[in-house]
Write a protein that binds this ligand. Structure first.
Ligand code: PMP
Length: 437
């Protein structure tokens, strides 16, 4: 397999690594659970692309819907005009979302969804005559895309270091995870409420009347799959309500079935004021994102501020016809193929496979939430990331694509994964971690 070297190519690779020159993998086809290289090598996709191909690759009904839409209406702007699928898809999407979510603002990516949500939060307070409420609260290890807003509220320091200054007046909650005991990932809920009470302390330090919104991923994704301890999200909701602060769930990863429910909000029984989504929305086939908002938030900011200035926000490709067609087809697949039912049936095998890895050499912690899993490895003496990279490579050599982030292996396969796929995934990782002779 001769793969082109990134240094020889004319494009700038995603995340240009300064330290070493990665050889990008070359895939030219995909179907179902697999990527295929030009010479026909099939690789099991343990990451659903980049947490997005939830219904499996090249889903025929989604492909056909995009093809049909492209031949009929290639583009129409959302500025003073629209098309039928934008309206019907919005309606269907809000029905798929938790009760209380009634409107969607269409964007083209997770990053745009986050920046739009942060802007809506500020506009909401502004419209209600509370223009002092501008502060934003994120959380340690949070990932919210690459826009300046998302980067500012994010909690992964190395992503920010080259791009400052970012937004002022941003504070961060601690991650609700005790590294000493790893209690939360071991099913011990104690401490969850105390972890959420860090928000009360933070809000008091910053003065509640100046805080616009809190944004969290219900399950931290890119930062290493940290599920919330029991009661944690409900307590965040309570604290936000007490102080009139908007709660935003960034569901770019957890949305569209990843946890066995349409959104994490339904899995944890907590409805935020705004939900950001993207990725699985169109099964990754065309770019699309959305900000789902409650009727209360929508009504307030549409009514406008006391001085009633124009509210202007939107993107050229908002509610793009191809994206709306793909979005519709994705919801069809959810219904017709019972994706959530299938996923819930496979979850026990998933959890058992993940737990088995706890006894593998070098494994520090294994965390799961729905069809997400992080396998945290002990760094090899003195070389951070080396063990993660080695495990990634061994899995790949064995035909399984995982994601390595430092010394953590992350899994997020398509939701159509069968029991045999799940067994293959965990057996391959187990073998990759086995001591070599
Ligand atoms: N928020 C979360 C939680 C994400 O995981 C991501 C992407 N991994 C984003 C936002 C940004 O999405 P995009 O890359 O589509 O801009």
């Amino acid at each position: 397999r001769s793969l082109p070297n990134a240094a020889d190519a004319f494009w700038m690779p995603f995340s240009p690594m300064r330290a070493f020159n990665e050889q990008p993998l070359l895939f030219d086809r995909a179907d179902g659970m697999h990527y295929v290289t030009p010479d026909g090598w099939r690789v099991l996709d343990g990451m659903a692309g980049l947490w997005c191909v939830n219904a499996g690759h090249a889903q025929p009904r989604i492909t056909e819907a995009i093809r049909e839409a492209a031949g009929r209406l290639d583009f129409v702007s959302s500025f003073k005009m629209t098309h039928p699928a934008a309206r019907s898809y919005a309606q269907r999407l809000c029905a798929f979302a938790p009760d209380g979510i009634e409107r969607v603002f269409f964007v083209n990516s997770g990053s745009e969804a986050v920046d739009t949500a942060l802007k809506i939060a500020r506009a909401y307070h502004h419209a209600r005559g509370r223009s002092a409420r501008t502060k934003l609260i994120g959380r340690a290890k949070g990932y919210h895309g690459m826009g300046f807003g998302g980067l500012s509220v994010a909690g992964i320091g190395r992503h920010k270091q080259d791009f400052g200054p970012l937004l002022p007046d941003v504070a961060h909650l601690p991650l609700p995870y005790d590294r000493e005991t790893m209690a939360f990932s071991r099913g011990l809920p104690d401490g969850g409420l105390a972890a959420a009470d860090a928000l009360e302390e933070l809000v008091q330090i910053h003065d509640p009347a100046t805080v616009a919104a809190v944004i969290v991923e219900p399950v931290t994704g890119s930062g290493g799959v940290y599920p919330p301890p029991r009661g944690y999200l409900a307590r965040l909701r309570e604290i936000c309500d007490r102080h009139g602060i908007l709660l935003i769930f960034d569901e770019v990863i957890t949305g569209f079935g990843r946890l066995g429910t349409p959104f994490a909000a339904q899995a944890y029984g907590v409805t935020p004021d705004l939900i950001t989504c993207a990725k699985g929305m169109t099964n990754g086939a065309v770019p699309m994102g959305g900000v789902l908002v409650s009727e209360g938030v929508y009504d307030a900011f549409m009514a406008g501020p006391p001085e009633a200035i124009e509210l202007f926000h939107g993107y050229t490709y908002s509610a793009h016809p191809l994206a709306c067609a793909a979005g519709h087809a994705m919801l069809d697949v959810f219904e017709q193929d019972d994706l959530l039912g299938r996923l819930n049936a496979v979850l026990p095998v998933w959890q058992e496979g993940a737990l088995r890895l706890r006894s593998s050499p070098h494994v520090v912690d294994v965390r799961t939430a729905g069809l997400l899993c992080a396998v945290e490895l002990a760094p090899r003496a003195g070389v951070a990331g080396a063990r993660g990279q080695q495990t990634y490579q061994r899995c790949l050599d064995d035909g399984l694509l995982v994601r390595s982030s430092g010394d953590t292996i992350v899994l997020s396969p398509p939701l159509i994964a069968g029991e045999d796929d799940v067994e293959t995934i965990f057996a391959t990782i187990g073998a990759a971690l086995a001591p070599t002779a």
